[in-house]
Write a protein of this length. Structure first.
Length: 147
């Protein structure tokens, strides 16, 4: 069976994929390894019991949001932007460091144990603090870049 022409035109050339398979994927891999080791260390080092505020997950998600806010604002100003830095820090490190899925599992556990207030507070604080830290760090990055 042959691929339709409309789909075939959207597939990047082999040269582009070879480039992505090399440097960018290596940057994502190394950044992801460091990010996942960091998150695992924090999660095991600061374990919390059931029904408690999940500080390790909250902390890594807010930290990752701050790093991404700074990185995105800083690399938008850079000429030319470093794709390897974005791949290493943004996709690799922050992608492995932060964990939306764990936050959802923790929220589900809180709801299943009828801890409505804790679940609402955790969900709202995670989204609110994440957005706040992105706004703050992106503003700081732009001011730092203007100097």
């Amino acid at each position: 069976m042959e691929c339709p022409e409309s789909i075939r035109q959207e597939v990047p050339s082999n040269r582009r994929w070879r480039h992505l398979a090399g440097h960018d994927l290596l940057a994502v891999f190394v950044g992801g390894a460091i990010g996942s080791i960091t998150r695992t260390g924090l999660t095991h080092g600061f374990a919390v019991g059931p029904g408690q505020w999940p500080w390790p997950t909250f902390a890594v998600n807010i930290l990752g949001a701050g790093i991404l806010g700074f990185l995105i604002a800083r690399t938008q100003e850079a000429t030319p932007p470093s794709m390897y830095g974005r791949s290493f820090i943004g996709i690799g490190f922050c992608g492995a460091l932060t964990t939306f899925s764990t936050m959802m599992i923790e929220l589900l556990g809180m709801l299943e144990s009828s801890r409505w207030g804790l679940a609402a507070g955790y969900g709202l604080a995670s989204v609110g603090c994440g957005l706040g830290v992105v706004l703050l760090t992106s503003r700081l990055a732009r001011r730092w870049g203007a100097r």
